[in-house]
Structures are given as C-alpha cells and as structure tokens.
Design a protein. Structure first.
Length: 385
C-alpha cells in the first residue's frame, strides 16, 4: 500500500504485525490513541491483524482492512471498511506515520508537540489527514423477533465486543427482546447503512459436525450434557485463561469446572447476576470462538460461591414436609417465580413447587430430564445465589 502510494518510508514493510508494532515503537511513534492514517494493530501484542484508520470519534474507529470479513477478523478474504470500538480489547494500539503535514491524533500527551494536531474526533477521507469533521452521530435499531446480538453485530460490520461496549444497558446479551433499542456506530463518510439482519436465526449444525463458530444450542450445555460441544467450550476457555479450572483437562461431560470457567469468563466481560450464570449462550459462544472480549483474569475465583448446603433430593419429593421446601419456595418467589403459588411457599412439597422449579430450570437452558421440576445440587446452587 505504502509502496503504491509512493510513501514507503511512512509504514513498515513486513509481513509480521508484531514487527510492525516494534517498527513504530523504535521510532517513538506508537500510541494507545487513534490518529488519521494510523496503522492500527489488533490482538495479543498487536500480532494478529492490522488496518488503516481513516476516521475516529469518542467511541469508535473507522478503518480500511485487508484479509478480513464479518465472520473472521484476521483471516478473511476481503478488503473492507470496518467499524470497531476503541475500547474493544482486540484493539492493541496505533502506529503514527511521520506525515510531512503532521498527524491528527486523539492522544492528549501529544497536544502541542510539533508534528501533531490534537483532535478528540477526526475524519480524513480522500487523504485529508488534517480534517476534523466528526463522523455522523450514532444510530439505533429496534430488535425484532429472532434477532441476536451476534447477528446485529455481523450486520453492522463490527465485533460483538464492540457492539456491547456501545450498549452498556444490555445486562444480559444472551436475552435481548423484541422492542429493545440497540445503539450502532455511525456510518462514516457517506457509507451505506447495513440492512437489519434477517429476524429468522440461521440453522445450527448438529454439535457432532459443528466445524464453524455457530452456537450449537443451549441444550448442549448444563447438567447431564455429554457431547463434543462441551469439549470445544472447555478448550476455548482454557485458551482464554480458564485452564486452572480443569484438573484433568476439558472433556465431553459437563461438570462444575465448565460452569466455573464460563462464569469467570462472563464476569470478565463485566456481566453480573443472571448474566454470569456459568451457562454459555450465543453471545458468550461468539466472544469465545471469535477471540473477542476480555480474557479470564488470574484473580478470578476458582471455587464456587458459598451457598447453603444442598439438603438432599429426598427433601423435595411428594409427601415431603420440611423447612428446606419453604426455603426453596421463598427463593423461587424472590427469583420471579411466585406466580406458581396460590397461597405462598410452605413446608409441604406440592405441584406448585415442582412447576416453579421446572420453570426455573428451563429458564437456565435445561430440558428433558434436566428440567423435571425436582431440584438437585445444581438447581439448588443457582437458586441460593
């Protein structure tokens, strides 16, 4: 690119992104802030992928990238305009070329220095690196039936992590609802507005032959699950800092180690409560398979949160009459399942208790015998959190 433009000295000539980072560092021209014409580097150490910034605002960068696609950031087969969040952990940093006319940058430490012009937002189409016309304001879409965060991000041409950074009000990205409003980045420089994705989710391949990144389905994870998707999940979590949760390595049988590792990954994204329940949904899966989002920090808990000890399955059966049934019922009411009780929870096990437990289990992705309405250790643990 630089050779064709007649400015070979402005950018490194190397096939290695990591070498490109070091090239700019050695010249004192590497920054954590974007600039017009900057070479942006992605991934761990900046060694995964790269592109050229042609505009930026307070939350997003607008780039030209080669070898990319909406489904594969660093190994696609297209040259595309991309929109990414500046706060996306995938963005490593920026190399600032030594343009003769100077560089327009958002780096506050370069304000007032010769060769640099500070601008909080800037756009430089057609080579106008000094223009400070900001990109258009953000836009919104209304969620339609069947849409997911993953599909909306793909249609907008941004990563899931970037989309979530623009929508801090989305507390559970696996449970957006029709009618919700989702904020998207602007369409800069007269670009075409992406079409809203088809509200009908694409078919999911069976787990045994799932060779792509498609979410294999909630029923593939959770107590009783035993399939290749559980193994794949564990391998992905181990790559993102979750290997310490596994004593013998990931395997096909779902276990507490899988739940704890998923929960730690979800909490690393800033999710809390039911959004970090340890069961992967489409968004958790997309962040893992596309190598987006934040890795599990070393300080993440490795032991389950302390909860009242499970009293045993015999305490929750027809004819049971004990304080544990009352405790169970009160927690179900607190979690939003009080509609199943006509007179409120009590010590006598009843069909109301069973139906409330079954609804709770189904809401957590269990089905079949995994959602029979009788609490086991896993159901009890989640209810008591």
């Amino acid at each position: 690119m630089a050779l064709k433009a007649g400015v070979p000295s402005l950018y490194p000539r190397t096939a290695s992104c990591s070498n490109g980072v070091e090239w700019f560092r050695s010249r004192g021209r590497f920054s954590a802030y974007p600039a017009i014409g900057a070479q942006v580097f992605y991934g761990s150490g900046g060694g995964t992928h790269t592109g050229i910034v042609y505009a930026y605002d307070a939350s997003s960068i607008y780039t030209y990238e080669g070898n990319t696609s909406l489904s594969n950031d660093a190994n696609g087969n297209k040259v595309m305009k991309r929109v990414r969040s500046r706060r996306d952990s995938y963005v490593y940093g920026y190399g600032l070329p030594a343009f003769e006319e100077g560089v327009t940058t958002a780096d506050p430490s370069l304000k007032g220095r010769a060769g640099f012009t500070y601008a909080a937002t800037a756009s430089g189409p057609a080579g106008n690196s000094g223009s400070t016309n900001p990109p258009a304001s953000k836009r919104t879409v209304i969620v339609r039936a069947g849409q997911t965060i993953t599909a909306i991000a793909a249609a907008a041409g941004i990563s899931v992590a970037a989309l979530l950074s623009l929508n801090p009000s989305v507390t559970n990205p696996d449970q957006i609802r029709p009618g919700d409003t989702i904020t998207l980045p602007a369409v800069p420089d007269g670009g075409q507005e992406p079409q809203q994705p088809d509200p009908t989710p694409p078919p999911v391949s069976p787990p045994a032959s799932n060779s792509g990144n498609g979410f294999p389905g909630a029923d593939q994870f959770g107590p009783g699950a035993n399939n290749s998707s559980v193994t794949r999940l564990g391998e992905l979590l181990a790559q993102r800092g979750g290997s310490r949760f596994y004593q013998q390595g990931p395997g096909p049988r779902w276990g507490e180690a899988d739940r704890q590792a998923v929960k730690a990954f979800q909490e690393a994204q800033g999710w809390t409560s039911s959004s970090a329940d340890g069961i992967p949904g489409p968004t958790t899966w997309a962040l893992l398979t596309n190598h987006q989002g934040r890795d599990i920090p070393a300080s993440a808990a490795t032991k389950p949160t302390s909860t009242p000890t499970f009293p045993g399955i015999d305490k929750f059966r027809p004819g049971a009459n004990n304080v544990h049934v009352t405790t169970l019922g009160k927690q179900l009411v607190r979690k939003g399942y009080g509609r199943f009780y006509a007179v409120g929870p009590g010590p006598h096990w009843s069909e109301s208790d069973r139906r409330a437990v079954q609804a709770f289990q189904r809401a957590h992705g269990w089905s079949g015998t995994g959602a029979d309405g009788y609490p086991g250790p896993q159901t009890w643990s989640r209810l008591m959190r």
